[in-house]
Design a protein around this ligand. Structure first.
Ligand SMILES: Cc1cc2nc3c(=O)[nH]c(=O)nc-3n(C[C@H](O)[C@H](O)[C@H](O)COP(=O)(O)OP(=O)(O)OC[C@H]3O[C@@H](n4cnc5c(N)ncnc54)[C@H](O)[C@@H]3O)c2cc1C
Ligand code: SF4
Length: 473
């Protein structure tokens, strides 16, 4: 049976961008329908056990992977809150040098001054504040000691958490709802302001009449189809799925850039065996950063987890793995993220999306340097042994692409904004070039790698778009 809903705006996807846009528009007086493929995840059912929670909260159980050299794990969240549901809660504004690049290279009107009110608004809504050293725990203290001894720039991270108890499982569902993800912040606000929120609804296409948006058609898990009639549609299905949605709808293909320009912030992590008790499961996993080399595209940020997580991530096998795990209380871990110059693309094959991404020589060099500096950081902190994510006997300087064990958490750019219709999918207001009433408010709009975690950038841009549509911008 096909049923129909009517709205002023139909928002597709309830993650960082979609939830924010839906709440702001609904509170601004618009009739909003929000369609999300995933479901509401009840925090009372969050067990803090990684294997089960991966299957519950992540798309494809967290097993999304890129094709290329090397293959890269690219986990995505799914449900009310999208990937913010499973993220680490780190909050950075877009660096000023990145905004300057967007102005000159992509012709975007994104000065630091003009975006400041939107960042401030998001940060207030999500209770963003700096982690205390006590909550950061002993794992952060190891990195801090190393950075201080080396004289490297560092600091405690700002996060969107309220009443955090440092239980250390942010990526597997915060059991106390301390992490202020959009599913428990903006979504309730949208609902309270009258937005209709439909979960388990996969949008198949955006509907058009003569290039103007008329709504969206979606399918429920039961197979039932329905449509939402709306003169404004905002795609926020995320960097990997928005291009497929636009392609299915015959939108955004004019520049040839749709699905291209994928940046990921490829990342890896190293472990160290310390003399002291670290017990890295205690404390905020991502609470500390070392940004001494950020201008070179190398950023260090905390990462940690309980024993079952460490057992999956330790870059060791056999007896060495067993020995390191038997010393789990003394293990420390830290992450390395590269602001990539590599660019991949996404393409639909049947109902699946294929992600192609190959690491450039420049980014391989960043990993080689970054891993060597990671060893330096741990050694300066007094590590007994350092376990780099490389095959036994391979030194960082000689690492090849296939030696690297990479994951990525920040896909961006596949429907990039560029003032010129010949170079980008979206214009400076995030409207799809060549269409009327169709906008995008997710990571796909972000035109380049940021060098810092992206959720604040995505949310600030979504807020700005909502203000524009409400005639307030
Ligand atoms: C483990 C992990 C840790 C991270 N840590 C941080 C961090 O600390 N700080 C930070 O800034 N960033 C972090 N990130 C990244 C950040 O969470 C994402 O960049 C951000 O959530 C992306 O927002 P989005 O709106 O583009 O997409 P998402 O938040 O992924 O939301 C997209 C939503 O759209 C839905 N959807 C997709 N297709 C359809 C369809 N056809 N119909 C209906 N719905 C659809 C999806 O189910 C999903 O819920 C992390 C990511 C991961 C995986
Ligand atoms: S560390 Fe804090 S934010 Fe993360 S899961 Fe635990 S209580 Fe939640």
């Amino acid at each position: 049976m096909t049923v129909g809903l009517e709205a002023d705006v139909c928002v597709i996807g309830a993650g960082a961008g979609g939830a924010v846009a839906a709440a702001e528009l609904a509170e601004g007086g618009m009739k909003v329908t929000l369609l999300e493929e995933g479901h509401w995840h009840d925090p009372d059912r969050f067990t803090a056990r990684p294997p089960g929670m991966l299957a519950e909260l992540y798309r494809d159980g967290g097993q999304t992977v890129t094709l290329g050299n090397p293959p890269i794990m690219l986990p995505l969240g799914r449900g009310l809150g999208g990937t913010t549901l499973v993220n680490s809660g780190t909050c950075f504004r877009t660096p000023s040098y990145v905004l300057e690049r967007w102005q000159t290279e992509f012709g975007l009107d994104v000065s630091e001054d003009s975006l400041r009110p939107f960042f401030e608004r998001v940060e207030k809504a999500l209770s963003v504040g700096e982690v205390t050293p006590e909550l950061a725990g002993a794992n952060a203290a190891v990195a801090r000691r190393g950075a201080e001894r080396l004289g490297w720039s560092h600091g405690y991270l700002r996060r969107n958490a309220k009443g955090c108890v440092g239980s250390g499982v942010c990526a597997f569902g915060c059991p106390t709802s301390a992490k202020q993800h959009t599913g428990i912040t903006y979504i309730p606000r949208a609902r309270a302001a009258g937005a209709e929120i439909v979960t388990g609804a996969k949008v198949e296409r955006i509907l058009l009449d003569g290039g103007r948006a008329t709504g969206a058609s979606a399918r429920l898990e039961s197979g039932a189809r329905f449509t939402v009639s709306a003169p404004i549609v905002i795609g926020a299905a995320g960097t990997i799925h928005t291009p497929a949605l636009l392609t299915r709808s015959g939108l955004g293909g004019g520049s040839g850039q749709l699905g291209r320009n994928l940046s990921l912030h490829p990342a890896t992590g190293a472990f160290a065996l310390m003399d002291e008790t670290v017990d890295m499961a205690k404390g905020v996993p991502q609470s500390f950063y070392v940004d001494e080399f950020s201008k070179e595209g190398i950023m260090f940020e905390g990462v940690a987890g309980p024993p079952s997580y460490a057992a999956m991530s330790l870059p060791l096998v056999g007896e060495r793995h067993e020995r390191a795990m038997s010393n789990y209380p003394r293990l420390a871990q830290f992450g390395l993220m590269v602001s990539d110059s590599s660019r991949g693309h996404v393409r639909s094959v049947g109902s699946r999306t294929l992600i192609r991404y190959d690491l450039t020589d420049d980014d391989l060099a960043r990993f080689r340097t970054g891993l060597a500096r990671m060893r330096e950081l741990f050694e300066a902190a007094g590590a007994r042994e350092v376990y780099l994510p490389l095959p036994s006997g391979v030194a960082p300087e000689r690492a090849r692409r296939r030696d690297l064990k990479l994951m990525a958490f920040h896909p961006l750019g596949t429907a990039r904004a560029d003032a010129r219709a010949s170079h980008g999918v979206l214009d400076g207001d995030l409207a799809v070039h060549g269409a009327s009433g169709v906008y995008v408010a997710d990571g796909s709009a972000v035109p380049s790698s940021l060098g810092v975690n992206p959720q604040m950038t995505i949310m600030a841009l979504a807020t700005r778009l909502a203000f524009k549509l409400l005639g307030k911008g």
